[in-house]
Design a protein around this ligand. Sequence first.
Ligand SMILES: Cc1cc2nc3c(=O)[nH]c(=O)nc-3n(C[C@H](O)[C@H](O)[C@H](O)COP(=O)(O)O)c2cc1C
Length: 178
Amino acid sequence: MTRIGVLAGNPRPASRTWHAALALRDAVRQVLRHEVSDAGPLVDAADLAQEVFTPGGAKVQSALDELARADVLVIATPTYKATYTGLLKAVLDRAPADWLRGKVVVPLQIAASDRHALAVEVHLRPLLVELGGRVAGRGVFLNESALAGTHDELTEVFVRRLDADALNALVPTPEVVL
Ligand SMILES: Cc1cc2nc3c(=O)[nH]c(=O)nc-3n(C[C@H](O)[C@H](O)[C@H](O)COP(=O)(O)O)c2cc1C
């Protein structure tokens, strides 16, 4: 069964970015046309901030190992200084080359201003592609003004924004075991 994971790169724990990433995970689940597991690895990078620069730190390593078990990964960040956060980059710098090989990645970037609406495409997307991830359609940009709604409302916004055909074309149908 397809497993969808989440990595959110806000240094503030349980941030709006984190909650938006969970809503996007649910939207991906809705648009995929085959069975999706309820369980998937969820990593709030704020929990890793204390040790992300400790070489060999076990917590970061085990978070990366957990995330590597997902087939689809929502990778979310607030926009900081027109790009992604330093925390997200520091976590991903600990990942091995090709860490995302074979995975479909759904990038999400949130910003206060629409001036940075393309940051998800010009900054976050290349980082994830460098790690081997495949991105279906465009990365998802969200202005923070859209974060006021409920989880279900936000999920609905994301369902409308996702390119369902592109996503279904990239996510492999799980093998049926007879
Ligand atoms: C240090 C810092 C830098 C930011 N830089 C930008 C920026 O360059 N462009 C922008 O549109 N918003 C910027 N913002 C606003 C955040 O991207 C926005 O408020 C986002 O919703 C924060 O995520 P959160 O609500 O999960 O904390 C910045 C916020 C902070 C704290």
